[in-house]
Design a protein. Structure first.
Length: 316
């Protein structure tokens, strides 16, 4: 295709796992299991927070936002992963690819914002407990949520910039879904502006991680000042779930960014593995972590299961 042709007439080819095309149907089964766990787990978190009035607190509102972004991330990749691994068809039109790319990056961007808001929630609860209720009101939490959505919309100019690029090289993408880092490598003209805007957005995510580290530094400083060992353990225990969620989100993201930018000699399998860990693992593990480590969530889940199974003596 010549540079002068319209990008909207393009069709990209999504790929699965390099060198394992004949095993794609078998690979789909663990992928399908992860999708089911992610949707069931995050959907259950949303249901529990909604039906249990005791959980109508800022911490659990933010947890609901995290579950929503994880569901969005899961549903963004499901259609193409299903087509590539089960039906063996990877062709995707340019507009559809852009739409999927926007959804994946927007929900990832939003998840970073949610994790930062949850870090601020933990900071207020531990360092300023007397001001917690007056600062994190329901109205303020709703405004924070709206701000996260508006912040993710800053990705729209990135989409507009991509539509201006001609793609005259191979149209084969490295994954079973569309990623910005993958698409700009196929452009046949200078994509510096697009790369710089993408880097600016990445810096916002890096800023989120820096602020999260700062929050935990202040939390640890406050916890060290508590004289009672029991109270110290109780305060830190409220942060474990969030800290695990931060690690399983940012570590794969950093790994994927490094391998795309500096891993030119890395095997294609390494690229695919890192991208799949980045997109699949957080939505699967987050509801499991919060169900195991958060006592109110765990108790609400058990109560909900008892009511659904109609066990004698339960659900009263």
């Amino acid at each position: 295709m010549s540079p002068g042709n319209s990008s909207h007439a393009l069709a990209f080819l999504l790929t699965g796992i390099p060198g394992m095309a004949r095993f794609h149907r078998w690979v789909f089964f663990p992928c399908c299991l992860m999708y089911l766990i992610a949707m069931l787990g995050n959907g259950t978190i949303l249901l529990i927070v909604r039906v249990n009035r005791r959980l109508h607190q800022p911490m659990y509102y933010f947890l609901s936002m995290l579950a929503t972004t994880d569901l969005g991330l899961t549903l963004s990749t499901l259609p193409t992963v299903l087509r590539v691994f089960w039906f063996g068809t990877g062709e995707i039109s340019f507009p559809v690819c852009l739409t999927q790319m926007f959804c994946i990056h927007a929900f990832s961007f939003m998840e970073s914002s949610v994790l930062l808001a949850m870090a601020f929630d933990r900071y207020m609860a531990i360092c300023c407990p007397l001001r917690y209720s007056s600062i994190l009101t329901s109205a303020r939490v709703a405004k924070i949520g709206l701000g996260m959505v508006c912040r993710s919309l800053t990705l729209l100019p990135l989409i507009c910039l991509l539509t201006q690029l001609p793609f005259c090289r191979s149209h084969v993408l490295s994954h079973s879904y569309c990623l910005h880092q993958d698409m700009i490598q196929l452009a046949c003209t200078d994509s510096t502006l697009n790369s710089m805007y993408g880097l600016t957005l990445v810096l916002f995510v890096i800023l989120d991680s820096v602020l999260i580290i700062l929050s935990y530094t202040m939390i640890i400083k406050a916890v060290v000042g508590i004289t009672s060992r029991e109270e110290q353990a109780k305060a830190l225990n409220t942060c474990i779930s969030h800290f695990c969620a931060v690690l399983i989100f940012y570590v794969p993201m950093v790994g994927l960014s490094i391998i795309h930018r500096y891993g030119k000699n890395a095997t294609p399998f390494g690229h695919v593995l890192m991208a799949n860990i980045y997109l699949f693992v957080p939505p699967v593990l987050n509801p499991i972590i919060y169900s195991l480590k958060n006592k109110p969530i765990r108790k609400s889940l058990l109560r909900l299961l008892c009511q659904r199974l109609a066990w004698p003596g339960h659900g009263q």
